[in-house]
Design a protein around this ligand. Structure first.
Ligand code: IPM
Ligand code: MN
Length: 372
């Protein structure tokens, strides 16, 4: 296949983990006989430092014409002051809106060998394999009016959802559930919020088209508790923007490290794929960041943007293989144990990539295993 992939390395550990993921994409290209045109453009503080806007128009244009976009992270404490539109993070909010990336998929599962890496008992974590489907272009993040009062003594944001917005994200969640364990938990705060009451109503309407998928509803506070107490009870969690932001970080924490979590942001055009972890400026530039979130995001790009399912499965299996060999970046290593660097982990994953015809028994993809 011939495809164009745009890299947006961004800030903090973004460039390191994107370079790691690009190495793995190059390995996929070579082993599976594809031809990827991989280009790079500035975003976030990296763009601000070049005297450009956080999301330069040229970067947005390149994004519109790519088949898939791989983003590292945006955010830099140096630019934390100043007005909102000059913050690195505004680039992310703008690109999500400009490309109408309304569906954010954030899978979290327990990786083999990492059963004890998180704060939960291994028997509580066992079997955890969930997918947060987060609405990404509505709710409090974008609602108008918003702002500070003239005297600076109060501030306001608006949570607003339309039927159409709720319907399209719900369909994504039900469609995803059909490829997994046919279970959607819709998360809201319908005991307090009107937007949540509309949310629940529309989700129920959409569910009638998916009689094969089990639907239940949960308030967001109860859901946050249950993710910590019984994470394996979830399959697909369908929720609005801010609730999904919070629950997906929680999901990252319980599976061992936020550094493991990939994401896909999908609309009707090119999708954007990025690790959930953020820019982590405190560890940037030291070759210690966990590249697995970024590499698994590259796998999601192959799966969702290019429909290269076998290749995406091969990356996931290669990550498992590297972990099985005992490689651990610093976030995963037990105290006192030596840790693998970002580049070492990426090289091990690239080396473990096996085209299907060469796979040995035991490394064959288990078709019953759900894949985001
Ligand atoms: C995320 C991040 C972003 C969000 C920030 C950086 C704007 O936390 O992708 O989860 O809140 O959506
Ligand atoms: Mn977040």
């Amino acid at each position: 296949m011939i495809a164009s992939i745009l890299l947006l390395p961004g800030d903090g550990i973004g460039p390191e983990v994107v370079a790691a993921a690009a190495d793995v994409l190059r390995a996929v290209e070579a082993r599976f006989g594809h031809s990827f045109t991989i280009t790079t453009a500035p975003i976030g503080a990296a763009a601000l430092r070049l005297g450009l806007a956080p999301l330069p128009p040229e970067t947005l244009e390149a994004a519109r014409t790519a088949d898939g976009i791989l983003l590292g992270a945006v955010g830099d404490p140096e630019f934390d002051r100043g007005d909102a539109s000059r913050r690195p993070e505004s680039a992310l909010l703008e690109i999500r809106r400009a490309l109408q990336l309304y569906a954010n998929l954030r899978p979290a599962r327990v990786w083999p060998g990492l059963e004890n890496a998180g704060p939960l008992k291994a028997e509580v974590l066992a079997g955890t394999d969930l997918l947060v489907v987060r609405e990404l272009t509505g709710g409090l993040y974008y609602g108008e009016p918003r702002g500070f009062a003239a005297d600076g003594q109060s501030a306001h944001n608006t949570m607003r959802y339309s039927r159409a917005e709720i319907e399209r994200i719900s369909r994504r969640a039900f469609d995803a559930a059909r490829t997994r364990r046919q279970h959607v938990t819709s998360v809201d705060k319908a005991n307090v919020l009107e937007t949540s009451r509309l949310w629940r109503q529309v989700v129920i309407e959409v569910s009638r088209d998916y009689p094969d998928v089990r639907l239940d509803h949960m308030y967001v506070d109860a859901c946050a508790m249950k993710v910590a107490l019984a994470p394996s009870s979830f399959d697909v969690i369908l929720t609005e923007n801010l609730f999904g932001d919070i629950l997906s970080d929680e999901a990252g924490a319980i599976v061992g490290s936020l550094g493991l979590l990939p994401s896909a942001s999908l609309g009707d055009g090119p999708g954007l794929f990025e690790p959930v972890h953020g820019s982590a400026p405190d560890i940037a530039g030291h070759n210690v960041a966990n590249p697995i979130g970024a590499i698994a995001s590259a796998a999601m790009l192959l799966r969702h943007a290019l429909a290269l399912t076998t290749e995406a499965d091969a990356i996931d299996l290669a990550i498992e293989e590297a972990l099985r060999k005992g490689l651990r970046t610093r976030d995963l290593a037990a105290t006192g144990d030596s840790a693998a660097g970002t580049r070492e982990m990426a090289a091990a994953i690239a080396a473990a990539l096996t085209p299907p015809s060469h796979s040995s028994p035991g490394s064959v993809a288990d078709p019953r295993r759900s894949r985001a």
